[in-house]
Design a protein. Structure first.
Length: 314
């Protein structure tokens, strides 16, 4: 049976100490937290995890901690490690390392800063990274509003199926559901549909209704119950009930972006919610900033007033 990502995957935050060092010791507690939240699959060192702001050594040690901690007592069933960045040799090193420690899948961004212009350029990049972990499923990370690379994903798959043997699918973080749908209908070299996992939490209902296999997102860390209810209701044909849950997530995301205007990005306003629900993972790295105490209090009060603490869990 082909490897497949389905259901919810939490894009993990990176625990930090007050001085900005990675707090690896927090991973054990974080694993236990996710397990209790009903999360069994994770995506490590992506945008939520501030992967591009971490050193190669930090990223590899985080990968080791997550694989070791996640597999303990079967708490996590699938650990995906994101290895993309600005330096191809670093990506190769991290992909090789991810396979050596038993990661379930690897994922890569396009090359950042010096980037690619054509579908074949992108396939060449993915092929080179994937070759460093030939026995591990590869997922391309499509996030054009961050990476600046908005190449046709259907073309990536059509070209990649014959050139990248381990290419299994895409982490599709884009709101172009027509493009996503085309990817879902594209088959690999073995005649199987590619595995497409959606990455925009506030639009998940639409993506799943159009056939997305699963979803990877930041808010699944602390609002997984809302999305499990959404999936359950959608599966039963209860569109009105599913929409209630999606609207709840959209109300939260609206506040995330509103307060992010004060922090130079949503990284801080996503991560700080972890402290509200019982697990403080520390600050974010520059150039993002922390919320001022008065803004944090206002933010938390808005979330509480909308009922977030009541309906975030099952």
């Amino acid at each position: 049976m082909a490897f497949e990502l389905t259901g919810l995957l939490a894009a993990t935050f990176t625990p930090m100490k007050a001085n900005g060092d990675v707090d690896y010791d927090k991973i054990e507690q974080y694993c236990e937290f996710l397990s209790k939240e009903g999360i069994k699959q994770i995506y490590v060192n992506g945008t939520t995890g501030e992967g591009p702001s971490l050193t190669v050594e930090e990223r590899m040690k985080l990968a080791e901690c997550w694989v070791k901690g996640g597999k303990k007592n079967g708490r996590l069933s699938k650990v995906v490690i994101q290895v993309g960045g600005t330096c191809l040799k670093d990506s190769i090193t991290m992909a090789k390392h991810a396979e050596s420690i038993g990661a379930d899948a690897v994922s890569t961004l396009p090359p950042l800063y010096f980037t690619v212009a054509t579908p074949q350029d992108l396939v060449d990049h993915v092929r080179t990274v994937a070759a460093a972990a030939p026995n591990t499923p590869m997922y391309y990370y499509h996030i054009p509003f961050r990476s600046g690379v908005n190449i046709d994903m259907e073309q990536l798959l059509v070209l990649g199926r014959d050139q990248v043997p381990s290419l299994r699918g895409i982490k599709f973080t884009d709101k172009n559901l027509v493009s996503m749908s085309a990817c879902l209908r594209t088959k690999d070299a073995q005649g199987r549909n590619f595995n497409i996992v959606f990455g925009s939490d506030e639009q998940m209902m639409g993506a799943m209704a159009m056939g997305a296999d699963g979803a990877i997102g930041s808010t699944y860390n602390w609002m997984s119950g809302t999305f499990r209810r959404l999936l359950n209701k959608l599966g039963k044909g209860d569109l009105k009930g599913a929409l209630v849950e999606q609207h709840r997530s959209q109300d939260v995301v609206k506040q995330i972006f509103k307060f992010a205007e004060k922090t130079n990005g949503i990284g801080s306003t996503l991560k700080v919610v972890m402290s509200l629900v019982g697990l403080d993972l520390g600050p974010v790295r520059q150039p993002m900033r922390e919320l001022k105490p008065e803004d944090k209090e206002a933010y938390f009060n808005i979330l509480k007033d909308m009922g977030f603490m009541d309906w975030r869990k099952d």
